[in-house]
Design a protein. Structure first.
Ligand code: C2E
Ligand code: CA
Ligand code: CA
Length: 756
């Protein structure tokens, strides 16, 4: 022990002398990095650190320089360096990245925190050094937990909503809701209690995760009178105040009267949510979480909604028992009537939490219905209404979102609208469907048309009533102007119209072969030769001129046209590649971009197989570019699929790398050939102080994983020379060439000096 520290002292002295030179070289880069950066030599000593690392560990720089790295990272780091010298450690590193380098950091005050380290080796005059980027992942850990919890509560919300639609009696509702809270929501226990007839106490109606022997005890305790024993329990207060009562540190919370009887592991936090029907608290839902500090604003918002849904269902079941069918249904068509529809819409509005998604209400008015009634009689009119209802149900496929709300007016609610395209597509479906459908009238058939008024929540309204009123106002405008559909918000009308016409034009573009592929060369930085090209799609809209891919690809994706267009691009590149081969031009690989929609399709592998089967040389001509976020979405599935594709001889590049925040551990598992650094980082190299460090880290990481690295969007000589210094393998960008037609590519680039 003493010998070791004596040795360390001597080495520290040597290190100090070298420090100035080393500092001058690395400091500028390290200082501004957002992560803590620590440079360690092969004797496990810290020789440099940046400001961020000082802050993370609570030391002044002088206190750490020369110290063993174990001072701040007690375990896991040094071990990786000592074993058999640095180089083999780096080798081990490459394998260990697979499991991720998440370690524990220790601050000067002895406290610890979770860190993620990324190590990259650097050969210098002073020997091999390892730069470690250290990220404090306390917040990320919290955030990950948070997301996990929230996802479970979302799942609980939708399970309970599903339950409400099915359930016909209270007992099942309560039992199932508690079960869902525990099984789906992940709560340690849940129970629902109802105020008894005397209004003096609560009786447990159902529970899950609670010892049944405990239920009579609960029943005895929850007296509601403020002056009764336990009259100030959380449950009693929730009923009296009609408010959620939260205890976020139950073991230490004096307000949680019975805290000593719950095991702390099951009741770190408790919430009591009142069930309110017609403004009266008729019962409570109590949920137990094993975590302390569990319930915050976001969770409470969702849970309040869940309690609201259960209350709604209680009321609804009551009503169904009480009232006749006709109070909620339309006698002519059997669809929901206005009243039931509005209740359902309010239900959907509950779920459209926090503007996460929108709700659209379409009001459909049949043109000239009055004429039908007048000339054919009321009975014929009713028959037409019934047929329209059947057509609509058929088209929409879900009776819960359709209603007849007035004489000749039908309504459809879209409970979950993510973007304008969703609304546009429904309108289009309805319009086209109606146009094609023949209704029978007396002995003849009849085509009908309709006007649609649409309102969107939260843009136009915040309640169901208001939403319907705005849709009615929009419909009135449509009838006055003769337009087939009108939105309450005028800009929406033109946006949707533009969008629909663009969709049509894109479909025509595919049919008329208006799409073209341009090719952008990729250059090897050592040899300056062309190693391949990237295929980039171009569309010259005959009406409006060239449209950038970023604008039309999302629409191809939403409409599903991307499947056709994607297959076309694969076929087309293959044709070009084989033509180059046949005419003696170099057989360079063509990289084709793959959209997330294509990748998720079950036909994708077969599509690739089909192109590869065209010729024995085909696979050698194809590379697929997949974006980072795309692959990371469903890692295990993608690993298997990519393996299959690579086995055919096709190579895989990960595109836009750095934008998807993937973890290193994931990247190492993927069967990849190339990594494309996103052009944002290439740009950052000359504009951001830490840009080069980032790019350097990406490159060394990729090389550790035996991936080739290509930089995209290279526009300046400065960027190019930096990339060379940092050891990048290839580049692509306007500096060398813009994407060009295949003819230009062949004439200008598939010839010396770009190829041998
Ligand atoms: P991407 O895959 O990241 O493609 C690179 C984009 O950067 C291309 O834009 C390219 O023209 C542009 N670019 C190349 N060099 C430079 C440069 O030096 N500076 C700058 N500022 N930009 C440069 P483009 O052609 O507009 O394509 C945009 C995106 O559209 C592509 O991004 C890709 O995601 C998608 N895309 C293009 N063609 C296809 C295709 O056939 N199928 C699919 N699914 N997506 C495609
Ligand atoms: Ca690309
Ligand atoms: Ca890219």
């Amino acid at each position: 022990m003493t010998r070791k520290s004596a040795g360390a002292r001597i080495r520290r002295k040597n290190t100090k002398m070298r420090l100035d030179r080393t500092e001058a070289r690395y400091f500028g880069l390290l200082e501004a990095a957002p992560d803590g950066m620590v440079v360690v030599n092969q004797h496990e000593q810290i020789i440099l650190l940046n400001l961020q690392a000082e802050r993370q560990f609570g030391y002044a720089r002088d206190e750490l320089v020369g110290q063993q790295v174990t001072t701040i990272i007690p375990e896991g780091f040094a071990e990786r360096l000592v074993a058999d010298g640095l180089l083999s450690a780096v080798e081990t590193l490459a394998q260990q990245i697979d499991t991720g380098i998440e370690l524990t950091g220790r601050r000067k005050d002895g406290s610890t925190f979770p860190i993620e380290i990324m190590m990259s080796p650097l050969e210098t005059d002073e020997g091999l050094l390892v730069t470690a980027a250290i990220r404090d992942i306390t917040l990320r850990r919290h955030a990950e937990n948070k997301i996990r919890y929230l996802n479970r509560i979302y799942a609980m919300l939708s399970a309970i909503n599903g339950l409400i639609v099915r359930v016909r009696n209270h007992e099942v509702l309560f039992k199932e809701a508690c079960r869902i809270a525990v099984d789906v929501g992940g709560f340690s226990a849940a129970w629902i209690g109802l105020v008894d007839d005397s209004a003096t106490k609560i009786n447990v109606a159902a529970s899950a995760g609670i010892d049944q022997a405990f239920v009579p005890v609960l029943n005895d305790r929850y007296l509601l009178d403020e002056h009764a024993p336990f009259g100030n329990s959380m449950v009693a207060r929730a009923i009296r105040e009609k408010a959620n009562i939260v205890s976020n540190d139950t073991p230490a919370d004096p307000l949680a009267l019975f805290r000593n009887e719950y095991p702390a592991s099951a009741a770190g936090s408790i919430v009591v949510l009142p069930l309110v029907v017609h403004d009266t608290a008729i019962g409570v839902l109590e949920l137990y979480s094993g975590e302390t500090d569990f319930f915050d604003d976001v969770e409470m918002k969702l849970l309040t909604e869940i309690a609201g849904d259960i209350s709604f269902a209680i009321d609804h079941i009551d009503k169904q028992e009480r009232s006749s069918y006709l109070e909620y249904y339309d006698g002519v068509t059997g669809l929901a009537n206005r009243k039931l529809f509005l209740e359902r819409v309010s239900q959907y509005i509950f779920s459209a939490v926090h503007d996460v998604h929108k709700v659209a209400l379409h009001l459909i008015d049949i043109d000239g219905f009055k004429n039908v009634n007048d000339s054919f009689g009321e009975e014929a009119g009713d028959s037409l209404l019934l047929q329209v209802a059947q057509w609509l149900l058929n088209e929409i496929g879900n009776a819960h979102v359709v209603a007849r709300i007035d004489r000749d007016q039908f309504a459809v609610v879209q409970p979950m609208v993510k973007h304008e395209g969703d609304v546009a597509r429904l309108i289009k479906r309805l319009m086209e469907g109606l146009q094609k459908y023949s209704f029978s009238m007396a002995a003849t058939t009849l085509r009908i048309s309709a006007k649609v008024g649409v309102a969107v929540l939260p843009d136009d309204a915040t309640t169901g009533d208001e939403l319907l009123k705005k849709a009615e106002a929009a419909l009135k405008k449509a009838k006055a102007s003769g337009d087939r559909f009108v939105f309450f918000t005028e800009t929406m009308t033109s946006m949707v119209a533009e969008r629909l016409s663009l969709e049509t034009q894109l479909r025509n573009a595919y049919d008329n072969e208006e799409f073209v592929l341009h090719y952008q060369p990729k250059i090897n930085l050592l040899s300056n030769k062309i190693t391949g090209v990237e295929a980039l799609i171009r569309w010259n809209n005959p009406k409006t001129g060239p449209v950038p891919p970023d604008r039309f690809i999302p629409i191809l994706e939403e409409t599903g046209l991307i499947h056709d267009v994607g297959r076309w691009a694969l076929r087309k590149t293959m044709e070009d590649h084989l033509r180059w081969r046949a005419s003696g031009l170099p057989a360079i690989r063509i990289a084709v971009n793959v959209s997330q929609v294509q990748l998720r399709s079950s036909d994708f592998v077969a599509d690739i197989q089909q192109v590869v089967d065209i010729d024995t040389d085909a696979a050698a001509g194809l590379e697929l570019e997949l974006t980072e976020s795309l692959i990371m979405n469903n890692v295990q599935y993608n690993i298997d699929m990519l393996r299959t594709i690579r086995a055919m001889g096709v190579t895989i590049a990960i595109d836009d790398f750095g934008t998807g925040f993937s973890s290193l551990s994931c990247l190492a598992k993927l069967p990849l050939d190339k990594l494309k650094i996103d052009r944002m980082f290439i740009h950052a190299m000359s504009t951001e102080p830490f840009g080069q460090v980032l790019v350097h880290s990406i490159i060394s990481l990729a090389h550790l994983l035996r991936l080739q690295v290509i930089a995209e969007g290279v526009e300046t000589e400065e960027q190019l020379s930096m990339l060379k210094t940092l050891g990048c393998d290839e580049m692509q960008g306007f500096l060398h060439s813009r994407p060009v037609t295949s003819a230009i590519l062949e004439d200008r680039y598939l010839v010396p000096p770009y190829i041998d």
